[in-house]
Design a protein around this ligand. Sequence first.
Ligand SMILES: [Zn+2]
Length: 381
Amino acid sequence: MSKSIERISLGSMSPGTERFLLVHRYGAKGARPKAYVQASLHSDEIPGMLAAHHLIRQLDAADAKGEIKGEIIVVPVANPVGLGQIINGAHSGRYELRGGGNFNRQWPDLFDGLLDAVRSKLGPDVEANVKAVRAAIGAKINQMNPDTELARLKVELARLAHDADMVLDLHCDDEALMHVYMQPMHWKEFSDLAAELGARAGLLCVDSKAQSFDETFSLPWSKLQDAVGDKFPIPNACFGTTVEFRGQADVFDEMAVADAAGLYRFLQRHGAVAGNPGAAPALLCDGTDLEATDIVRAPKAGVIAYKVALGAEVKQGDIVAELVDPLAEDQSKARTAIRAVNDGLVLSRCLRKLVSPGDGISMIVGKTKLAHRKGGTLLSD
Ligand SMILES: [Zn+2]
């Protein structure tokens, strides 16, 4: 048995309160590959927590048989701060109510200062370079001096994840089909994750500009490659992914058991757990550039009446939804059509149907990059 459970305090924001992270650790510290899995950083996105519960059960059984080969860390509740944000019965888990913003944005830039920290240590040996970069990133995190609970949450999760070979951040969308985000250079090696989970979209981008959790750990490697890759061998040594476990209401054992089994087979295939998972099932999607996915937005306030189902294939100009003005005096003029600007798959819809101007109401996954998606932040806040 290699398992240990660690409890990490997040300090106290008010007298008499203290939250903590619970960490399930498997395998020998420093064993490779290292996989890091966390659930529900957006704390009102519950499907990942149930999948993590089932994954932990499977890993416990594997550990009892001595089948953990690498190091695996599972944090089933990545955000106890947000988990407690229940206001009059409504859970508000996406943004920190003290003003800290979106829990999955503005993570520390771990490339900042990295080049100076490792320049003298890089050489022709790729493994030695990976070691030096991981050590420098670890040292940077250790120097951080978090004061608030939120800052401490970020530092402690980063400390657990920063040197992993694989970082899996389990989220969900509003109403959505299963989908994954990752960097394009990882698709070939790691698209079996999308296959195992039956993902309907693999959304690829190097840098969404959102400073999301997964990119915090994968991006320093590609930035380092850009900076000195012509002089030294620098691999993309951290596969970071955000997995969107469908929609907020999709929390059922039947789904979570299958999802956890898919995650487990993925961990087997990549060497973290013993056993042969067999060939991955056929992919249900291609990897597509995130710039080819449009976020359809509401032009004004109103009530959304969808005209397309999840999984529908739409063409440019098709009506995705009608926006109803409930204050219209003439009901024949109450509806405004919202049309698709690209051809593609309807991946998501919003759960709450009362919308404000600019709200994203649907993601449509196309294959051709869209000019208006270039350059900006590619994720909705
Ligand atoms: Zn999320």
